[in-house]
Write a protein that binds this ligand. Structure first.
Ligand code: NAP
Length: 295
């Protein structure tokens, strides 16, 4: 699909959506489906893209937005897969890039269960689908993860680390992800395939913290805190049916390795993400520029 096509993009106001939008606009016409009450609409102000109001959870508004489109890049969330698939069938649009998450591989039901169901629905949709699964996304003040970590490391000389810190992470820089997603959408051989799109290589949580701190020129004192007593207390409270903000399973998930090979993406899509050290240095520089962290 390297020829120019008309793409309906959902989730354009999120970090992965915005970066994908920039890449898409280099070669395609893009219409963005945005909630009328989106607090982030101003992020699209400078893009030469068409904006239509609608809700990804509302099939009728999706069908309207699909008029004249050739493809869908659905970034707004796997949970809307039933509405997206149904609307595409009704509108006669076949090509779908569905953005999921590598959390689908988690051994923990609360992370993976629903995602597995949604991916199955996409695979059985009869559409020309491709599923792209990012790991944790980072790289700008708009990310949901690393900017908090960087700001904390900027302010605190001490870092409390729950557990051993030996579990693996493989966050993906937003621009590498956007290139991977674009290739997944444009490549005919990607139809009917699912791709994990992680960063270049896994690193331990402890190394991730130290690398992020290094990007700020800091060297925190790491204090190890045991994970097991926290999990144990939560498990007891769950058995007593007390309402809790986190589940013991979620604490256990902190110990789960989140490392993923990406040979298929490399071969089919030319996917070549950068190492965390490089990506986090770019994010630190950006946060310095906008004074979110000290110069
Ligand atoms: N963040 C990560 O580290 C991560 C990791 C793996 C996978 N992902 C996947 O990447 C995608 C974006 O994630 P994110 O974390 O960046 O999420 P986010 O910041 O919550 O963004 C969600 C996006 O979807 C839009 N949206 C939400 N509900 C909608 C609805 N009912 N109708 C239309 N648009 C709607 C939001 O628009 P508004 O401007 O209206 O809020 C926003 O643009 C998701 O598919 C997520 O599963 C994210």
């Amino acid at each position: 699909m390297r020829r120019s096509v008309k793409v309906l993009l959902t989730g354009a106001t999120s970090l992965p959506g915005l970066t994908l939008l920039e890449r898409l606009l280099e070669n395609h016409e893009v219409r963005c489906l945005v909630r009328p009450d989106s607090p982030n609409l101003s992020r699209l102000e400078r893009s030469r893209t068409e904006i239509v109001h609608g809700d990804a959870g509302d099939e009728a508004s999706l069908v309207r937005a699909l008029t004249g489109m050739d493809a869908v890049a659905h970034v707004a969330g796997l949970a809307f897969a039933p509405q997206v698939v149904a609307a595409m069938r009704r509108a006669g649009v076949e090509r779908l890039l569905m953005v999921g998450s590598t959390s689908v591989h988690s051994a923990f039901e609360h992370r993976s269960g629903r995602r597995k169901e949604m991916e199955k629905l996409v695979r059985e949709s009869g559409l020309a689908w491709t599923i792209a699964r990012p790991t944790m996304i980072y790289g700008s003040e708009l990310d949901r993860n690393m900017r908090h970590l960087l700001r904390f490391l900027d302010r605190s000389p001490v870092f409390p680390l729950f557990g051993t810190g030996t579990n693996l992470w493989q966050p993906v820089y937003h621009e590498d992800l956007a290139r991977g997603m674009l290739a997944a959408l444009e490549n005919q051989s990607a139809v009917g395939r699912s791709y994990d799109l992680p960063g270049a290589a896994p690193l331990t949580y402890r190394d991730l913290i130290l690398t992020a701190a290094g990007a700020l020129g800091r060297k925190p004192h790491i204090v190890h805190l045991p994970l097991e007593p926290v999990r144990h207390a939560l498990a007891l409270a769950e058995r007593a049916r007390l309402p809790l903000p986190v589940k013991s399973e979620q604490v256990l998930r902190l110990r789960e390795d989140k490392a993923y090979p990406y040979g298929e993406a490399r071969e089919d899509l030319g996917y070549k993400p950068r190492p965390f050290r490089e990506g986090i240095a770019l994010e630190a520089a950006r946060l310095r520029e906008i004074r979110m962290v000290r110069p």
